[in-house]
Design a protein around this ligand. Structure first.
Ligand code: OAD
Length: 242
């Protein structure tokens, strides 16, 4: 492998699949449809929340509780190892951009993680805009720890909302020499468009996925298989080439 210095990694639900967290789409080319027996429109849009807040809060309460029972797998651990061993000097950069709202990258020990779709373990106060660490339920409308208003919602980006920190992601990409996409179907933009941005910038692109994603044709290289196998092998390669 050619030596790389500056890597942007995008992860999706496939990286957490082997930890027992369901992916969103059954197949690489299936569109968003039923999500744990709910229509995406009902549980993952601001309109759905306005229509039936109890349904949405209960849904996320259940998922927030569920992820706390899961553990990182070999793919999370390998990325945490890459983060720990990647040089921290002016010539090297690393950013793990995740679409996942679980905290398994962090629990594996990764530090340079950006959650573009928010985090299950945060609550966002729509009254004062504060984000608070939140591990319990929201259904009883607990007060915001900062302003006291009962206006907390899951800090998760819904369809129709802007993903977080896009400027920082594009800036990282501009400085990168390798873009790696792991366990994502390439169905949801703007994350799905990052491979095209990378190509336009002349950056090498690598896809690690169980099956070809919707944007697979855009990648310079695709490796197919489970993340728990592919990711540790790739991390070994990239560290060996340092
Ligand atoms: P998807 O469920 O759309 O895609 C998961 C991908 O992971 C698929 O391409 C699978 O083939 C692959 N996969 C499954 N198991 C795997 C394994 N063990 N190893 C490697 N790959 C595996 O999930 P995302 O692409 O992450 O957004 O979904 C993107 C966004 O859609 C989510 O962040 C969420 C959702 O709506 C929001 O909530 C805003």
């Amino acid at each position: 492998m050619a030596q790389v210095r500056n890597i942007v990694i995008l992860t999706g639900a496939g990286v957490s699949a082997e930890s027992g967290i369901d992916t969103f789409r059954a197949g690489a080319n299936g569109g968003p449809s039923l999500w744990e027996q709910h229509r995406v429109d009902d549980v993952a849009t601001p309109e759905g929340f306005a229509r039936d807040p109890d349904l949405v809060l209960r849904f996320y309460d259940m998922r927030r509780a569920a992820i706390q029972t899961k553990a990182p797998n070999a793919a999370h651990e390998a990325l945490a190892r890459l983060d720990a061993e990647w040089p921290k000097d002016a010539n090297h950069e690393l950013l793990i951009v995740t679409q996942n709202v679980d905290d398994l990258h962090e629990r594996a020990g990764a530090k340079r993680v950006l959650h573009m779709h928010g985090e299950h373990l945060n609550a966002w106060c729509t009254a004062c805009d504060a984000r608070s660490r939140w591990t319990g339920p929201l259904i009883e409308r607990p007060p915001c720890p900062r302003c006291g208003e009962r206006a907390l919602r899951p800090d998760v980006v819904w369809f129709g909302e802007m993903p977080y920190e896009m400027d920082r992601i594009y800036e990282a990409l501009r400085g990168a020499d390798l873009f790696v996409s792991i366990g994502t179907s390439g169905a949801v933009y703007p994350a799905a468009g990052l491979v095209r941005n990378a190509r336009d910038l002349g950056i090498a692109t690598l896809e690690l996925n169980l099956e070809r994603s919707q944007g697979s044709a855009w990648f310079g290289e695709t490796r197919l298989g489970p993340a728990s196998v592919l990711v540790p092998a790739w991390v070994d390669e990239v560290l060996a080439a340092l």
